[in-house]
Design a protein around this ligand. Sequence first.
Ligand code: PEP
Ligand code: MN
Length: 345
Amino acid sequence: MLIVMKLDAPRPDIERVKNKIKQLGYLPHEIPGDHRMAIGITGNKGKVDPELFLNLPGVLEAIPISKPFKLVSREVKPDNSVVDVDGEEIGGKELTVIAGPCSVESRQQIMDIAGTLKEMGVKFLRGGAYKPRTSPYSFQGYKEEALQYLKDVRQTTGLKIVTEVKDTETLPMVAECADVLQVGARNMQNYSLLEALGAVQKPILLKRGLSATIEELLMAAEYILNGGNYNVILCERGIRTFETATRNTLDLNAIPIIKKLSHLPIIVDPSHGIGVWDGVSAMSMAAIAAGADGVIIEAHQDPAMALSDGYQSLKPSKLKVLLEKIEQLAPIMNRTLSLTSVPVK
Ligand code: PEP
Ligand code: MN
């Protein structure tokens, strides 16, 4: 159920509606929009009687929500959500580029690539400290040591850090050095993790599960919003199909469908989507043309020596060419990409 307030309804009217929702044992969620304030109700087991609200001052209408997902839906919030990452917006007019290695491999490696990316105008650095891998024998990440390097790199470069949080135990530590907490595809339905992320106020980059439907992705996001954290960015990173020529099948269909169903920003990971470096540029351009709010791309100074995902990582020179192409494409999509080069001291 969504309670839509009248235009300019005063704060006491809003609070009265929220208190009523709480008295009924449900959860109120303020949903400010460009034109009006609405209050979403979750936590109800059965139907909510609209009559309970329609007579309260300031209430315009009470709308039942038809979709299984509520807070993430466009029905509840018609305007696009823009996630603010400490001054950098994701989901606004400016396209987002997140780039960096799959894993943090050493202080030197992450400092070098961060400096190079910053000079290219990239504002978000990715790099895994905890790497949940399909094989227990694969590199699992340098964990706390890598977190420390990420902290240092944030301090020296000012780049926003995007790094994966693997479980609830390490969440406080990872949250200390991350500006955006990434939930990996393998963890999309880790409900205790999603609930814990609902209780932090950090932006979350939620990757689509290996075999998850669009509805399952949106339901996973719903857990985080229902917990009170509305700063969620969705990520399409390819799904499992019968095709074996590529690592995954990048589901670009998901972009227009998700844009129709949800107000949340969505970015695309072409690196994991196609799984080979020489396909990353084409799929990045396709993602932006499909309406994505940005891309997250694996980049490495020396891909052949990378400890994980080197075969799908771009060398900085290749990434630079791609970013210039995205910059040209942006205005066609009514977007911008400003690659203001920032020299690193
Ligand atoms: C990654 O971003 O390096 C990663 C492991 O991605 P995913 O969870 O999408 O497989
Ligand atoms: Mn990777």
